[in-house]
Design a protein around this ligand. Structure first.
Ligand SMILES: Nc1nc2c(ncn2[C@@H]2O[C@H](COP(=O)(O)OP(=O)(O)OP(=O)(O)O)[C@@H](O)[C@H]2O)c(=O)[nH]1
Ligand SMILES: [Mg+2]
Length: 453
């Protein structure tokens, strides 16, 4: 970003529609838009801030080409914190392009992806967590995911990080006071006070780290992969779970070669369900490639549905490195006699019994998918970490706090090192919230201790 430049971009997706919005942000937004609104030679006053005003747009030759609504947001009371002009025009891509080009001809520059939100962050309108949730909110695929990301956008996760940060800053201010200012023993209970302060913070950061799985689930969804030997009924199961006739099924082993996926929702969680090529010794190059792809999906999956045929009950071996949870299922239970089923249930108590063909046990399997992935009704009302970056920040913060507590355990406590670790923890939080200035620590020192006394 070049400070002082003005950016322009369509804020609505490309295509034909009732309306489209072109947005400008930067110090010259008003001046650039004025040049579009001004009929040559006529007197002109720019629309008042926050008042949608009907205007005519003129090209550089002074020919009117569009009638639009213009709304001006004066800095700092705008999304980016800069002057913003929103031009709401007819949803014709040609008109949109003409407005954008005219703005560029008058000195604006096309915005980079995410640049409006980047400016909002740089101008202190939102922290990085909120900036990240803008994108997740826009892309949310379900009501639950949208509600969850909206809460993040409004700052609910930021508040949690902020509370932890405030605690660390307070602890650091105690330690720095001890190191720099205190000549007498003004803080006799420093060690125990720090334990009291830091231990609950450690618990809170631990809870946040634990919430990542849920946040990730609601925002990005889960990859659920059906695997098994050929002909066990994987494709039939994909069709049954998705209630669509999506995959070809047949009694010939080796029917599915390319992985086939469908999207579905379980309690608002977006699920990508994948049917894979059956695992066996490949009979052709194409089948070999299909099986290779199956292994890739096994590696990436959040959850594997390991399907077996009955009554043969031959399973497959999963690779050791596989990180996914596994639900083991016997299909074709309709072919079992009551006695055969009882025997198998005794031998494999952790297996589910379904018949994909007759739709038996599908609801139980769905419940097992929900439970295994951790999907619950409470999920959409939680506050959770959603990105790998936030997760890494929380983990680094936790490590700093743990090391600080470990140092405090030693006699005598090396407060210089404690301060160092607390700063590390703070730096980690800063990567999601924004920078802590030395003033933050100093203010706390002077507020909580009457140093002037
Ligand atoms: N009786 C019975 N037959 C089933 C059931 N599920 C699938 N089948 C049959 O088993 C055969 C194989 O089913 P598919 O769904 O194509 O099996 P697949 O695992 O996808 O097979 P590949 O793609 O070849 O690996 C078909 O004839 C299905 O109709 C079931 O629950 N009961
Ligand atoms: Mg198949």
């Amino acid at each position: 970003m070049t400070p002082g430049d003005t950016i322009v971009a369509p804020a609505t997706p490309f295509g034909v529609g009732g309306l489209a919005i072109v947005r400008l942000s930067g110090p010259s937004s008003e001046q650039i838009t004025s040049l579009l609104l001004q009929k040559p030679g006529a007197t002109f006053s720019f629309p008042e801030p926050r008042r949608a005003t009907l205007v005519t747009l003129y090209d550089q030759k002074g020919t009117p080409f569009e009638e639009a609504m213009v709304t001006f947001f004066k800095a700092p009371h705008s999304y980016t914190g800069e002057d913003i002009v929103e031009i709401s025009c007819h949803g014709n891509p040609v008109v949109v392009q003409k407005i954008v080009s005219a703005c560029c001809a008058h000195g604006a520059r096309i915005a980079d992806p995410g640049e409006f939100t980047r400016r909002a962050f740089l101008n202190g309108k939102m922290d990085l967590i909120q900036a990240e949730s803008v994108s997740s909110f826009i892309h949310a695929q379900s009501e639950a995911s949208a509600a969850f990301n909206f809460r993040l956008l409004k700052g609910s996760l930021s508040k949690k990080f902020q509370t932890i940060k405030t605690g660390i800053v307070k602890a650091l201010s105690f330690v720095e006071f001890e190191l720099d200012i205190s000549e007498e023993d003004l803080l006799p209970n420093l060690r125990s006070d720090l334990f009291l302060l830091l231990n609950p913070l450690l618990k809170e950061i631990d809870e946040l780290i634990g919430s990542y799985r849920q946040g990730h689930l609601l925002t990005d969804g889960a990859l659920v992969v059906i695997v098994g030997k050929t002909n066990v009924g994987k494709s039939t199961l994909l069709n049954a779970l998705s209630e669509k006739d999506r995959a070809i099924t047949s009694r010939h082993p080796g029917t599915t070669r390319d992985p086939i996926d469908v999207s579905l929702f379980i309690d608002g969680v977006p699920i990508k369900l994948v049917d894979t090529a059956g695992l066996r010794k490949a009979k052709s190059e194409i089948e070999h490639e299909g099986i290779k792809r199956t292994h890739r999906y096994i590696y990436d999956a959040d959850l594997l549905i390991l399907l077996k045929d009955t009554p043969g009950a031959v399973g497959i071996d999963l690779p050791d490195k596989n990180r996914a949870a596994v639900i083991r299922v016997f299909n074709k239970s309709d072919l079992l006699s009551a006695e055969q089923r009882r025997q198998l249930q005794r031998k494999y108590p952790d297996h589910l019994f379904i018949s994909a063909k007759t739709n038996t046990g599908i609801e139980t399997l769905k419940s097992a998918i929900k439970t295994t992935l951790g999907i619950s009704d409470a999920l959409s009302s939680t506050v959770a970490i959603t990105t790998a970056r936030q997760h890494a920040a929380a983990v680094n913060c936790k490590r700093g706090l743990e090391r600080a507590l470990c140092l405090l355990d030693q006699q005598p406590a090396a407060y210089e090192l404690v301060a160092l670790e607390l700063r590390e923890a703070l730096t980690a939080i800063d990567t999601v919230l924004g920078k802590t200035t030395p003033d933050d620590i100093l203010n706390l020192i002077f507020n909580s201790f009457c140093v002037g006394k």
